[in-house]
Design a binder for this molecule. Structure first.
Ligand SMILES: [Zn+2]
Ligand SMILES: [Zn+2]
Length: 333
């Protein structure tokens, strides 16, 4: 956690400094600016900054290029990413590593170019690692290709058998094409292998104190008000067109019915708490140890607009800045 806070304040510090006053020469300062923007979902901005860096005659290193490729996921079309990927060796003498390949495969996969992504996997000079198969599996979920999904999931299960997220993703691939028999098979597999899912939790810092919540948490002294706030927001959200959604969750099947509902997820409780505990103005900054779920992501787009309050969620993958009804991740969770 302290790493995260340190990292965050570094980014804030950079953002506060007029960038022109910070040394413009170092590859490292350019890279952290570009990386910060890419991570916060400001892909276009990151790419503009990269162009400026090159115009200034500063050479990128392999870290800069990871950020640039990752920024392409939010901003430019695939051609942009391909251009940078090809430039790496030709213009900067940097050989694309596993990580660069993973970014590129992610870009291709998200854009639905699954064949091209697979081509790159076959051509690259390494064995594909977990992040590459993970990127493919994520892409398959959006663009539906059961064969590739199965292959990616099987590879992931071999590489990281203890990770429950793989089982969940595989089940989602099957569910997306209505293959319920296979969903049930994965569910049984998980039960047998006793894969444990990390408990989702969210937290927020208010006046130098950390407040942490888990799903359905009622341990906080202001619990009653928190749930009342969520109820009140629920009514306004429904009026604005929000429809709750339930992601299939393979682990919670034996839990109480009410815990299956995303309405009381840890991140929602944390945001409701922040709404009643903190004065309006400053953005609400929530952290979560897992990926933000689809329902909470949708809900926050509504809530930020209803209460006219910026909400920032740092999940395990990236920052989500919710304001005026949308999120900077462009819904690429
Ligand atoms: Zn949620
Ligand atoms: Zn988002």
């Amino acid at each position: 956690m302290s790493d995260f806070f340190a990292g965050n304040s570094l980014v804030n510090m950079y953002a506060k400094c007029a960038f022109s006053e910070v040394s413009r020469s170092g590859t490292v300062s350019w890279s952290s600016m570009i990386g910060g923007r890419a991570q916060h979902g400001h892909g276009k901005n990151a790419l503009l900054l990269f162009d400026e860096m090159l115009r200034d005659g500063v050479l990128p290193n392999h870290v800069t290029l990871v950020s640039v490729l990752c920024a392409c996921n939010h901003a430019g079309p695939v051609t942009e990413a391909k251009k940078y990927f090809e430039m790496m060796e030709e213009s900067f003498g940097i050989q694309p590593s596993q990580e660069h390949h993973a970014c590129m495969i992610d870009v291709l996969g998200r854009a639905g170019k699954l064949d091209e992504a697979m081509d790159l996997v076959n051509k690259m000079p390494f064995e594909a690692n977990a992040s590459i198969w993970g990127a493919l599996l994520g892409a398959v979920r959006i663009h539906k290709n059961v064969d590739l999904g199965q292959l990616a999931a099987e590879m992931l299960l071999t590489l990281e058998p203890e990770k429950s997220s793989t089982h969940v993703l595989l089940a989602k691939v099957y569910a997306s094409v209505g293959s319920w028999e296979n969903v049930a098979k994965v569910r049984r597999l998980m039960k047998d292998s006793k894969v444990k899912k990390e408990l989702g939790m969210s937290w927020i810092e208010v006046k130098d104190k950390i407040y942490m919540f888990i799903v359905g948490d009622r341990s906080h002294s202001r619990s009653k008000e928190i749930y009342a706030k969520l109820k009140e927001l629920g009514v306004l959200m429904a009026k604005a067109g929000y429809v709750p959604m339930i992601e299939i969750d393979l682990h919670d099947v034996e839990q109480k019915e009410k815990e299956l509902l995303p309405a009381h997820h840890s991140e929602k409780l944390t945001v409701a708490f922040a709404l009643i505990e903190t004065p309006p103005g400053a953005p609400i900054r929530v952290k979560k140890n897992l990926r933000i779920c689809l329902d909470c992501h949708t809900a926050f787009k509504f809530i930020c607009k209803i209460v006219s309050w910026e909400i920032i969620v740092r999940d395990i993958n990236r920052f989500h800045h919710f304001s005026d009804g949308s999120c900077t991740c462009g819904d690429y969770r």
